[in-house]
Design a protein around this ligand. Sequence first.
Ligand code: NAD
Length: 499
Amino acid sequence: MKVKSKISVGINNSGDNNIAMNFINGEFVNSSSNNFLPIINPSNGEQIGIVPLSNSDDLNSTVTSAKSAFKSWSQIPIKERAQVFFRYKNLLEKNINDLAELIHEENGKVMSEAIAEIEKAIELTEFACALPQFVVGEILEVSKGVECRIDKFPIGVVASIVPFNFPSMVPHWTIPNAIVLGNTMILKPSQQVPLSSLRIAELLKEAELPKGVFNIVQGANEVVDAICSHPEIEGITFVGSTRVAKIVYKKATSNLKRALCLGGAKNHLFVLPDANVEMASTNIAASMSGCAGQRCMAASAIVAVGNVDNIISQLCAEVKKFIPGKNLGAVISREAKDRIENYISEAEKNGAKILVDGRNIKVEGNENGFYVGPTVIDFVQPEMKIAADEVFGPVIAIMRTKNIDDAISIQQKSEYGNAASVYTQDGGVANYIMQNVSAGMVGVNIGVPVPREPFSFGGWNSSKFGVGDITGKSSIEFFTKLKKTTVKWNPVNKSNWMN
Ligand code: NAD
């Protein structure tokens, strides 16, 4: 049976199925693998295509392409490399609706969220266009007549392994910066959402990016393993769960590669009695429900300090405005829906109180879609699984504390450290909490404290392995290596040991 999809680019539809292709040396090509996984539209549970599980042969051709393109691409001045991304940014803007529809189809998020995802991809591309202004080198006369200068060089072929939750935005954390800085890239999309990457490849080609500079290899574990051990890949960025971030970080670094691996999250929001009720309740509802809770920056735990019952009851009213199938999208798979619902049931069994229950949701007309409604759970104890684990759904666990230090210590004990935020009107208290939480991205009266460009993105603890952040100015360190050149032209002055 032929299945329908909105995508026509990068798809082999000559047989019975739509097969997502690899993109190597500027062309869409079939994987040599005979193993495939279905691509499922989460909104209705229907299959829209299949994705090959590429193998090391596929990877070898991809690396050959990227390696050979590196020779010429790295020689082009950065200002010229950036020009490709000015054109690409215009193409993203022109095609924003098509790109968003594809995200909606393969990921299940609602159209407004998919559009916001492309808007963020555009902002990331804009930053890359400005990179020539950021990478100006350094020069100093270090001794009389002797100059030392530092230049930044690209590192070579880099690979970027990405998760399902932002099929376009997360790839744009690395593609524009890595490439403008002179590297060539291999993208390994999530096998659950392989389609958006194909349109990215098409638009980069239309923006006249030379062949081989950007490549895609579809697949899952096997090809990631091959990436981690390929001798000609110099650097690997990974974004996904902590479990896999650890595997990739260990394999990549044991093979002497540069690696930066972002993992999962459990983000705590501190709510104090003096918080602005409307701002806190609407922000928290949006933070926990947006993208069906499948954001690494989503609010997933509230630490309520003192009596904030009025804010919690307003939060319950606000989350009910997120209607599955309307302004609340589906979660990625049947397994994800079951996992999230099991967490809720287990918390209930262990004595927590479900204030708003999103289990067993059916959306009329899309009965086979994977929907979970927003869920608010009160009186959660810090030892419960729902308090500690990343649930990755539209669920918030409320823990009650009597004082600020107890609240901070709950957050500090978390395995993760991506984001934290505080709701209060008291600047001193906000400052105290923000200084003491163990998280890389913190906010005051902000539900999703994502630092926008040029500020960099990255958490602490088991939310990130490696040095530096993945975006913004910090990414320059990852994607370049420094050459230090010392020059002497005038040997006349003999006043110093260097002469
Ligand atoms: P995942 O870890 O299952 O998969 C991520 C990537 O790793 C995919 O490309 C997948 O094919 C590959 N992979 C999976 N298992 C593997 C294995 N055993 N060996 C080698 N490769 C493997 O993550 P996901 O389910 O796609 O995404 C959700 C996770 O991503 C959540 O934990 C979320 O918090 C995290 N995430 C983190 C950030 C961040 O900035 N820290 C951003 C987005 C998503």
